[in-house]
Design a protein. Structure first.
Length: 438
């Protein structure tokens, strides 16, 4: 109920983009987890070629985040969001009709490029329209996104049983509907124009040493969050054996449940105080999460067989790690997004979001590669070497954030209106709000 009231307290534009995040994640995650299986089984491509296809999608997204953010600042976030959703609809439609490697590669490029367009633009738009309440808006953004990423694979499991191309067609339809909804209802916003050229803006960005220090310090947030899809998933598969599918699903259901229950409450509490110490604590908590499974491994049977009850018992430390990791994310993520907007200001918000997520994407690739190598050489997914890499990332990030905060280098966000007051005051229907013109 508290989450719903907070949702209704925001202008129509923010509410629309929150729903967009939920539906977009449903469409994305109903398709992408099953793409590798389709390429290997139905198209009979080699594992190496499948790796190229998936790598192309990641590269076309992560590598172009800065470009997408800069375009949003220059042309306006609304148009970039709409074009990005439309491009992703086309990309997924190509997966639905394509049967050749060329078409699949083109579809991968388009779906990745679409993400590079609308991800920075959506965050820039939300930061602008939520103004001094951006931390609360990004808390809801996290909630809606996680619900979508949990529901997507469930829907995909049902649809893929009827055919991968049908699944791709449904995902394309979702993004087409989002394109039309944003075209019809997302308000246009004036673009700040000061006569500065692109090169001057890029020089200012790349010479902003404090921002790059911030990006380096917090890049571990996204990298550690992404380990839910890698090392924690490998651990769940390792201990659950024949119950692996259910075990992996449980990871994301627990993650989503914790966020639904706690994200808004945590953000409301922290929003009244200093961001730096809260983010440092959050990064330390995220790092500590990865210590739990190897620490508990000697006390539980880590064999791959056994009945469902035994698998459930072996899953307890991994589910505990998911809960701790999710709490850490909730402490950090809304305020990272809030401070990125503060660094960029109104004119370069998208550019700074793009730059931050470019750094985060590169760091995520590096950390995941190292963790993968550690799994191969360090005694499997429950070994201490992969855990040490992840824990070290969290702890070092916490120290770096504390150093930035101690030196007073973090920007001061706009003073957030007391969120509890705002939420409790929301009794009028959303369509009577006057904030939509902000």
């Amino acid at each position: 109920m508290n989450t719903l009231r907070l949702f209704r307290s925001f202008p129509l534009s923010v509410r629309l983009l929150l729903v967009n995040q939920l539906a977009g994640n449903v469409g994305f995650y109903m398709l992408m987890p099953f793409l590798a299986g389709y390429l290997l089984t139905d198209m009979r491509l080699s594992a190496a070629v499948v790796g190229v296809v998936l790598g192309v999608r990641n590269l076309s997204q992560q590598g172009l985040f800065l470009v997408g953010g800069a375009i949003a600042d220059r042309l306006g976030a609304r148009g970039v969001i709409i074009v990005g959703a439309a491009v992703r609809a086309v990309g997924f439609a190509l997966f639905a009709v394509g049967g050749s490697l060329t078409v699949v590669l083109l579809a991968s490029v388009l779906t990745g490029f679409a993400g590079a367009l609308f991800n920075p633009a959506v965050r820039a738009y939300i930061a602008r329209d939520s103004a001094e309440r951006s931390a609360s808006a990004f808390a809801l953004f996290n909630v809606f996104g996680n619900v979508g990423s949990a529901a997507g694979p469930v829907a995909g499991t049902v649809l893929v049983a009827m055919g991968f191309r049908l699944t791709a067609g449904v995902a394309a339809g979702i993004f087409l509907a989002l394109t039309l909804a944003q075209l019809a209802f997302l308000p246009s916003r004036a673009v700040s124009r000061t006569g500065h050229g692109v090169l001057r803006d890029m020089r200012n960005l790349f010479s902003h040493r404090v921002f790059w220090g911030f990006a380096a310090a917090l890049a571990g947030m996204f990298a550690l969050q992404s380990q839910s899809y890698f090392i924690l998933t490998l651990q769940a598969r390792r201990v659950a054996g024949p119950h692996a599918t259910v075990a992996v699903a449980a990871l994301f259901l627990v993650d989503t449940a914790v966020i639904l229950l706690l994200q808004v409450r945590i953000t409301q509490r922290i929003a009244r105080g200093a961001r730096g110490p809260a983010m440092a604590r959050g990064m330390a908590v995220m790092g500590a999460a990865f210590v739990i499974p190897p620490l508990a491994a000697p006390f539980v049977d880590s064999g791959t067989g056994g009945a469902a009850a035994g698998a459930a018992l072996r899953m307890v430390p991994i589910l505990a790690a998911v809960v701790v990791l999710t709490v850490g994310v909730m402490l950090v993520q809304p305020f990272v997004n809030e401070l990125i907007a503060a660094f960029g200001g109104e004119r370069l918000t998208g550019t700074y979001f793009g730059a931050f997520y470019l750094v985060s994407g590169v760091y995520t690739v590096c950390l995941t590669s190292l963790v993968g190598a550690a799994v191969d050489r360090g005694g499997g997914p429950l070994g201490w070497l992969p855990a040490a890499l992840c824990a070290g990332t969290g702890f070092l990030s916490a120290l770096a954030v504390r150093a930035l905060d101690h030196r007073r280098l973090l920007p001061a966000p706009a003073t957030e209106t007391a969120v509890i007051t705002a939420v409790s005051a929301v009794e009028a229907p959303p369509d009577k709000e006057s904030r939509g013109s902000r």
